[in-house]
Design a protein around this ligand. Sequence first.
Ligand SMILES: Cc1cc2nc3c(=O)[nH]c(=O)nc-3n(C[C@H](O)[C@H](O)[C@H](O)COP(=O)(O)OP(=O)(O)OC[C@H]3O[C@@H](n4cnc5c(N)ncnc54)[C@H](O)[C@@H]3O)c2cc1C
Length: 402
Amino acid sequence: MTTAHKRFDIIIIGGGLVGASLAILLRDSDYRIVVVEAFEHDSAAQPSYDDRTVALSYGSRLILDSMGVWLQLDGRVEPILSIHISDRGHLGVTRLRHTEERVEALGYVAENRVLGEALYAQLQQQANVTLLCPARLQSVTNREDDVEAVIELDGASQTLHGKCLVAADGITSKVRECLCIGSSRQDYEQVAVITNVTPGQPHNNVAYERFTDEGPIAFLPLTNNRCSVVWTLPTGKAESIMQLDDAAFLQQLQQRFGYRLGRLQKTGVRQQYPLALVESTQLAQGRTVVVGNAAHALHPVAGQGFNLALRDIATLVDCFQLADDPGKASVLQAYQQQREHDTQRVYRFTDTLVKVFSNRFAPLAHARACGLMAVDLLPFVKHQLARQSMGLAGRQSTAGRR
Ligand SMILES: Cc1cc2nc3c(=O)[nH]c(=O)nc-3n(C[C@H](O)[C@H](O)[C@H](O)COP(=O)(O)OP(=O)(O)OC[C@H]3O[C@@H](n4cnc5c(N)ncnc54)[C@H](O)[C@@H]3O)c2cc1C
């Protein structure tokens, strides 16, 4: 890959999970693409490919398959064969099973670093992609016929021209800042503490979502009989949990999660993430389109953020493929219209889960326990919940149908 071209068709700012995936989804197109990324994919400072894991829906697997990335993940992701949803201190339980949905798995769990490796292995083979890294966006200007991005690379400024610029530069997007695109922020006053643990018993590919009065705890099956843990806590409590030594941390976690997986034996590195629903006020402006965390950052309770973003960019690619000019207003409008319904549904689904299951009000706690039992007893409702979790609800992109 060289930097000979300063003129491209599509400029992607941010080569994290979403920006890198978008460039790969465009691999069969005639577009010349440049990806501008601030950190090497395997550097410790890389914010996308860090210690987290991502629960990939079955729909995301289909998209990653169409990108040629799924093959590279072979043996490095763990399937979720059933999902067990419970409410600490209440009776209701719901179980979703892959056999009932007639799919090989309800989803898969991948480590972000492993995904980063697979995405970059693919990206580096792609003839129509120029990767500029480490490089940082400085400014963006939308013009009628093109969009201009000034970046800093090797201590010098470079100007890139494109027909379309895609902002995939995360929650504090510099592109949004440059174009004065606002964002709304709803703070959940919760922090997600993530780690991985080794349980005393086999996880048997079951994902556990346990709602507690302080917030949800997810145990997701990982390779080598580890479980990826996302423990959501009130902001004030998270810091004290972060300070605990490993033994005390495991003891607290065990107390909140229970003994479904036996005694928790070992824990890995811990990291914390403050949680908020952050939405860009505009998804497109001029020749610029905003995707991934730059467009919408969600609470991780339902594991929907990257899955939603993959569906977004797969649809964006469909819209690009039909156009001679990918930055044309009609192309970006068509994209927004097609994604409106799915995005709103995921917002509602995620936000409702956070609010209903974080509420200590007794009648609501009773209602949610009844709700969990009802879901377990009503096959249609359960099927809808499973389809939503698998990322198969609603209209599918070309990549998602392959
Ligand atoms: C605790 C937690 C658990 C989660 N679990 C799940 C899950 O199970 N399933 C799921 O679907 N989603 C999950 N998510 C959401 C998922 O992590 C996000 O959807 C995903 O990281 C969004 O990727 P992105 O590429 O849009 O943004 P980011 O990951 O933030 O990447 C942005 C990229 O842009 C680069 N960048 C930033 N500024 C510049 C600049 N000026 N110039 C150049 N480059 C720049 C950064 O270096 C980075 O590489 C979880 C999130 C959290 C916090």
